[in-house]
Design a protein around this ligand. Structure first.
Ligand SMILES: Nc1ncnc2c1ncn2[C@@H]1O[C@H](COP(=O)(O)OP(=O)(O)OP(=O)(O)O)[C@@H](O)[C@H]1O
Length: 449
């Protein structure tokens, strides 16, 4: 039940609309002019205003201009005839939507439902205890976000290991946050004010690996026109993150082992050793014990690295983190006014299996923020790479019956049609051979609206 303010000088139209809204159990407030409407807005609880654009004296645009200073609520504008100009002006002034009279009951109800949804989202922003959490502090791109039990164990381990000099090996599928863990170890260590240097071992050609890591002297090889200090010495006093260490060539592995043991290295072409004071954090998505068995990774280095192993669970094993992460990324993108997910969009995200883990979620949120207009991200703005397969059946548990199997297939077909129609419901309905009304009913039935 919501409180809806109707402002229209046409008493008959107002009365008809009020009856319809009463039937739907809403509380209705009526005003015949902008000043009367502003008075009600300032003195009564109002969730949505439905405002006629053309009224004698101060019109609906005047109401819009003043309403935000009295009490900001979503305003649906009504006119007997629409022109591009007044639509643009109304939208520019912050109208929620713009409808033409006579308004079809279904269209009005659908718009009202969206407006009420926006209302509840912005209420939750104002009052974190009321719903979604709202963070006023700016989002930190290096923050590890999670509230799952599996990640709590990871945080504990980071906390315990950060203060020590122990070498840490971070294991996990691609995109699970291994680099963020390495940064967290550094940021919480006594080395925090010294450099953090990240090297992606898989991205460096093997013939350049030694010079990249250990540096070289001038003239060490053709093309070595000057001296280079290399990544180890760049990280002096701080932390060196060796990402994708499983892809490191065997000869370099032997040299890394020596640095770990002796704490000194020899730059390429140099005759003198140089001491280094660097804490090593390494990471890989490979199965290192298997690589050891196959002779692709040195066993002694494996033992040296995994003094403290940290295993990151894939996102599909901590789906409880998905919405928190999604909102975190929307805050990173949107700053003070991040876009919000509708409940249906949130359900879609939680139903996905995230083969690309947190990185895939971050990319999906970046795309959705671009593809959505306004402040709301809905299902049609979310383009998941493996959309149809990934919308796991959160609402359908097959009990062996034909009816449930059919429902499952229908849902799958609808998701696919919406994906191919890039979210356009009329187009999706055509592809499915359904009327729009039938599609809307199905969307509601399957919780996809
Ligand atoms: N728990 C988390 N909280 C916030 N952001 C995260 C989290 N986990 C990962 N990310 C973000 O997801 C993206 C991928 O994370 P990261 O690069 O650390 O993964 P990775 O495991 O090192 O990937 P790869 O194996 O491909 O190198 C980054 O943008 C990172 O900021």
């Amino acid at each position: 039940m919501a409180s809806i303010l109707i402002i229209d000088d046409d008493a008959a139209f107002r009365g008809g609309l009020a009856d319809m809204l009463h039937d739907l159990n809403h509380v209705v407030l009526e005003a015949d002019s902008t000043p009367a409407g502003l008075h009600l807005l300032g003195t009564q609880a109002v969730d949505v205003a439905i405002v006629d654009l053309r009224m004698p004296g101060e019109d609906g645009l005047a109401f819009l201009r003043q309403a935000s200073t009295v009490s900001p609520v979503p305003c649906i504008m009504l006119t007997a005839y629409a022109s591009g100009g007044n639509t643009i002006e109304a939208m520019r002034l912050g109208a929620f939507d713009h409808l033409t009279k006579p308004v079809a009951r279904a269209t009005l109800l659908e718009t009202l439902a969206r407006a009420l949804q926006q209302r509840s989202i912005s209420q939750a922003e104002k009052d974190p205890a009321a719903g979604h959490d709202a963070h006023n502090a700016p989002a930190d791109p290096h923050e590890l976000v999670s509230s799952s039990e599996a990640m709590r164990q990871v945080f504990k381990r980071i906390g315990l290991a950060a203060g020590s000099e122990a070498t840490v090996l971070v294991l996990g599928e691609t995109g699970t946050g291994k680099e963020l863990v390495a940064r967290a170890l550094h940021r919480n260590s006594p080395r925090a004010d010294k450099p953090f240097v990240a090297v992606n071992c898989a991205a460096i050609p093997s013939e350049l690996m030694e010079s990249e890591l250990f540096g070289h002297v001038k003239g060490a090889f053709t093309g070595a026109l000057g001296e280079r200090i290399g990544r180890f010495r760049e990280a002096q006093g701080g932390t060196l993150f060796l990402d994708e260490i499983g892809d490191m060539p065997l000869p370099t592995q032997a040299k890394i082992l020596r640095v770990l043991q002796e704490r000194e290295l020899t730059p390429v072409g140099a005759s003198q050793v140089v001491s280094v004071d660097v804490r090593i954090v390494a990471a890989t998505h490979h199965d290192l014990p298997a690589a050891v068995k196959e002779g692709r990774f040195r066993e002694d280095l494996w033992y040296r690295l995994q003094v403290v192993p940290v295993v990151l669970p894939p996102l599909r094993d901590r789906l409880g983190d998905v919405l928190q992460l999604a909102e975190h990324f929307l805050r990173l993108i949107g700053g003070d006014v991040p876009k919000r997910l509708t409940p249906a969009a949130a359900r879609l995200l939680v139903g996905h299996t995230w083969p690309g883990n947190v990185r895939e979620l971050r990319n999906a949120m970046e795309r959705a923020a671009i593809l959505s207009q306004g402040q709301i991200i809905d299902v049609e703005n979310i383009d998941l790479q493996t959309n149809a397969a990934a919308v796991a059946q959160p609402d359908i548990n097959w009990d062996g019956s034909m009816a449930v199997a059919v429902a499952y297939v229908e849902r799958e077909m609808i998701v696919r049609a919406l994906a191919s129609a890039t979210g356009n419901r009329a187009d999706a309905a055509r592809r499915l051979g359904l009327s729009r009304q039938q599609l809307y009913r199905k969307l509601a039935e399957f919780g996809l609206e």
